[in-house]
Design a protein around this ligand. Structure first.
Ligand code: NAP
Length: 246
């Protein structure tokens, strides 16, 4: 087991990629804090994880709100005592062309997708510094590197995550803390299933491997980055996109 008795907090873990990362890490022996804005779904996911024989705690969190983050981390530490891995996975889209994009659509996406990563990482770094150990894994996106019409806010937030990840990696390397990002391409989840078929077909043509990814493809890399196997890797972005960007 690659993560035996590691304590892991994953944001946006109630469903989608975060949920599959949570289940994948639990299968590797980790105890999981399922932190999500949707507490009912987080509770259901935490129950599912417990059935795998590890501990799991559902935690209500809105990653754009520093007071909620502080409470969520307090709760996690009360229950588990330490944090080995933080996965900053929570993210949203609010797509429209720039000309139609309202200032509040920009702020909402940036506050959840980018400020949320900063605030949660800050909280985790306080604890990881005391431990002199920790791994932070941030979920970026392929659009951080190639842009996407209709996703100016989302692409900017995901590109911001890359700079933030590298800065954390440099600031905290001497404290035994590693920070890396994963940039998924098109992964089949609730976030992507609502797209029109025509858009999906166009996207598929841009993928050299010719098919969409699954949350498990992202999970495999997240487990590697959380494990000791990746100890000499920090400040990197691992692309999981079927060759869509290379
Ligand atoms: P998803 O199915 O929509 O899941 C995201 C989860 O985050 C949901 O449970 C959502 O709750 C929760 N959430 C939303 N706002 C939150 C907040 N303020 N605080 C805490 N939790 C919040 O999305 P996904 O496809 O699994 O995506 C997960 C991550 O991968 C995101 O960062 C996304 O940008 C990134 N990503 C996805 C793809 C893809 O193709 N799917 C590609 C590249 C990157 P609600 O459902 O209640 O809002």
């Amino acid at each position: 087991m690659k993560l035996k008795d590691n304590f892991v907090l994953i944001t946006g873990a109630a469903q989608g990629i975060g949920r599959i990362i949570a289940i994948g890490m639990a299968k590797e022996g980790a105890h999981i804090g399922v932190a999500d804005i949707n507490i009912e779904k987080a509770e259901a996911t935490a129950e599912e994880i417990k059935s795998l024989g590890v501990k799991s705690l559902p935690i209500k969190i809105d990653v754009s709100k520093s007071e909620e983050i502080a409470l969520a981390f307090d709760r996690f530490i009360q229950e588990f005592g330490r944090i080995d891995v933080l996965v900053n996975n929570a993210g949203i889209t609010k797509d429209t062309l720039i000309i139609r994009m309202k200032e509040e659509d920009w702020d909402l996406v940036l506050n959840i997708n980018l400020k949320g990563v900063f605030l949660c990482s800050k909280e985790a770094l306080k604890l990881m510094t005391k431990q002199q150990y920790g791994k932070i894994i941030n979920i970026s996106s392929v659009v951080a590197f190639i842009g996407n019409p209709g996703q100016a806010n989302y692409s900017a937030s995901k590109a911001g995550i890359v700079g933030l990840t590298k800065s954390i990696a440099k600031e905290y390397a001497t404290r035994g803390i590693r920070a890396n990002a994963i940039a998924p391409g098109f992964i089949q989840t609730a976030m992507t299933e609502g797209l029109p078929e025509k858009v999906k077909e166009e996207m598929k043509r841009l993928i050299p491997l010719g098919y969409f990814g699954e949350p498990q493809d992202v999970t495999n890399v997240a487990i590697f980055l959380a494990s000791k196997e990746s100890d000499y890797i920090t400040g990197q972005v691992i692309h999981v996109n079927g060759g869509m960007y290379m």
